[in-house]
Design a protein around this ligand. Structure first.
Ligand SMILES: NC(=O)c1ccc[n+]([C@@H]2O[C@H](COP(=O)([O-])OP(=O)(O)OC[C@H]3O[C@@H](n4cnc5c(N)ncnc54)[C@H](OP(=O)(O)O)[C@@H]3O)[C@@H](O)[C@H]2O)c1
Length: 322
């Protein structure tokens, strides 16, 4: 996957400019050099679980995976929204194998139980795509006592990944993170965002930074099981999440936003490609990206260790049936 020098330079400039790279201009240009599509039918006979698949990018990811033949499991918090999503996909692809599961990823105990039951029903899982995301307007704490973006983007995905570890052997994990992570450092001292003035946008971006760190930690930890872990960011895509949580941003960027399928493209590609892409990477538009653009703010090994200890401690679950 060696890019011609001129293409690599143009790609880099587009990435740094944000508008050229993150909007629909990004894939329109980059598809001229990005890696080939997964072969048709690449996922036939494989199960893939997509969290937050009732709308937006999760629904688009489910669509892309189903087109490649996967049996797709869609999760979300609302049964009727999931049923609507399934019906919409079946209208488009009548032979698609789609199963919906009501599962709130921010509820750690319920997620552990969901993973246990799911592994019994689906003992071999090709991949999980951690897509579910939120940007609450004010600090919200789950009934288990965790700040909501942390529970949704970090702790819940950790519980789900490790609950599915056996089923995922030889498979893949994809985290849908955000370019917003570039604007935040890892805050291992206050992961629950209990100190300072809370901002939903900041909480979101902080936990997206944590997802990048988690990608590298999971990649190392899960390598012995042959599980490959990657994260990606979708750029700026036209989804209910963007129009509801960032209406002013959506109004300004509206005509330039990518469609959801284009935002989901790299998550689908990472799940299905046969290319030798290793593990532990951060991707956008089918190309590996740096996790930091400047040395300032790179997390120290001590901060990473402190964060990992926090995640392990916060996600400790009672043994099933205990
Ligand atoms: N759109 C963009 O431009 C953009 C940019 C950067 C990153 N992202 C990332 O892409 C992902 C999807 O974003 P989106 O724009 O598609 O958002 P969206 O339109 O708001 O969709 C979010 C999805 O997550 C589900 N969800 C939320 N909380 C959940 C929970 N606790 N458990 C299970 N499902 C939950 C929602 O379903 P229910 O409400 O029905 O549960 C919905 O299906 C997020 O991780 C976001 O951070 C998006």
């Amino acid at each position: 996957m060696v890019l011609h020098e001129a293409a690599a330079a143009l790609d880099w400039v587009m990435d740094k400019s944000l508008v050229l790279g993150y909007t629909k201009i990004g894939p329109a240009v980059r598809r001229n050099w990005w890696p080939h599509d997964p072969v048709p039918g690449a996922l036939i006979g494989r199960h893939v679980l997509v969290t937050g698949a009732s709308g937006g990018l999760g629904l688009a990811t489910a669509r892309g995976l189903a087109r490649l033949g996967a049996a797709v499991h869609l999760t979300g918090r609302n049964a009727s929204r999931l049923d609507d999503a399934r019906s919409m996909l079946l209208d488009e692809q009548p032979l698609a194998e789609l199963t919906v599961h009501v599962a709130d990823i921010s509820d750690l105990a319920a997620t552990a139980e969901f993973a246990r039951q799911f592994s019994t029903d689906v003992p071999r899982l090709h991949a999980v795509v951690h897509n579910a995301g939120v940007m609450p307007p004010k600090r919200t704490v789950t009934p288990e006592g965790h700040e909501l973006t942390l529970a949704t983007h970090v702790l819940g995905p950790h519980v789900l990944t490790y609950g599915l570890r056996k089923a995922l052997a030889g498979g893949r994990v994809v985290l849908v993170t955000s370019g917003g992570a570039y604007g935040q450092r890892l805050d291992a001292a206050d992961p629950e965002y209990a100190e300072g003035d809370y901002s939903g946008v900041t909480a979101y971006a902080r936990t997206k930074r944590m997802q990048l760190v988690l990608t590298e930690l999971w990649a190392r930890d899960l390598e012995p099981d042959g599980i490959r872990v990657h994260s990606m960011h979708p750029g700026w895509a036209d989804t209910p999440g963007v129009t509801d949580s960032l209406p002013r941003f959506a109004a300004v960027t509206g005509p330039l936003l990518r469609d959801a399928d284009s935002g989901a493209d790299t998550a689908v590609w990472l799940t299905a490609t046969d290319d030798a892409i290793g593990t532990g990477g951060f991707w956008h538009d089918r190309r590996r990206r740096p996790t930091h653009y400047a040395p300032v703010g790179i997390e120290t090994p001590e901060q990473v260790g402190q964060f990992w200890d926090f995640v392990l401690d916060a996600t400790e679950q009672p043994a099933p049936g205990a």
